[in-house]
Ligand binder design. Structure first.
Ligand code: ZN
Ligand code: FE
Length: 253
């Protein structure tokens, strides 16, 4: 599987997927059609599928134009049929869906929106996490509860450790600053922040991240860890209370 991040709008990433075996081509979360079309033109590719993680405008903005131009099929969560433009194929939680020669596991991960899903390519160990898990961060909770968001993140935490994480936005630098504020002695975090600084000063994307890095450095994935609870003066508190505290702190960071 060939994956190319396409920067869109101010800080979004759409991703072009090319299956070398079946020659099937897809795009994840096309914020806008133009940069997708120009990439496909340059590489002389058509488009078979448009995959949406959730219904927000910065993830579906290119759906209709791309669908018209390539006769591509729009794929999204069945509960969001009414708000994913042009939807053709509806998927449910835990459903397996075939993209070319790959098997994709669909996970319902509510919290940011009620119908958010993750596309997990099993054999390739690749996850598209949209606005639920970011590198060193997580999405804002718009349509769910903190408990829901935490259990969605916990689903992602169970993927194989080497899973590559492709998220919806380039928020990594700012997220790293936030993690550093509350977890500054975390050696893994210090190292990752150095890598991020280098990438961003060369205007390079910080995606994909990988799950093991995120488990070690992303403060939102560490809310069950005692060392972090102690740093936050929340020793013996429930994980969901710690998660809510961290999310609230980030909302005003
Ligand atoms: Zn969103
Ligand atoms: Fe977004």
């Amino acid at each position: 599987m060939n994956i190319t991040p396409i920067p869109c709008l101010t800080d979004n990433y759409s991703y072009i997927l090319e299956d070398e075996v079946s020659k099937i081509v897809g795009v994840i979360d096309p914020s806008e059609a133009k940069p997708i079309i120009s990439f496909l033109n340059k590489k002389k590719l058509k488009l078979d599928y448009i995959l949406n993680t959730h219904h927000h405008f910065d993830h579906i903005g290119g759906n209709i134009d791309l669908k018209k131009m390539y006769n591509a099929k729009v794929v999204g969560f069945f509960g969001d049929e009414h708000r994913i433009p042009g939807i053709d194929i509806t998927l449910k939680d835990n459903q397996k869906w075939k993209f070319g020669s790959s098997l994709v596991n669909i996970l319902h991960i509510p919290g940011h929106t009620s119908g958010h899903i993750c596309f997990f390519f099993e054999k390739e160990q690749i996850a598209f996490t949209g606005d639920t898990l970011f590198s060193l961060g997580c999405g804002r909770i718009f349509e769910g509860t903190h408990k829901q968001m935490l259990s969605s993140l916990n689903k992602i935490k169970k993927f194989p450790k080497n899973t590559k994480i492709y998220c919806g936005h380039e928020y990594t630098y700012k997220n790293a600053e936030f993690c550093m504020q509350y977890d500054k002695n975390n050696i893994n975090l210090i190292r990752k922040f150095e890598d991020i600084k280098k990438l961003r000063s060369n205007n390079l994307p910080t995606v994909p991240s990988n799950l093991i890095d995120e488990l070690n450095t992303n403060i939102f994935l560490r809310c069950d860890q005692n060392d972090l609870k102690i740093k936050l003066n929340m020793e013996n508190e429930e994980d969901s209370k710690v998660f809510k505290k961290v999310r609230d702190l980030k909302d005003t960071f």
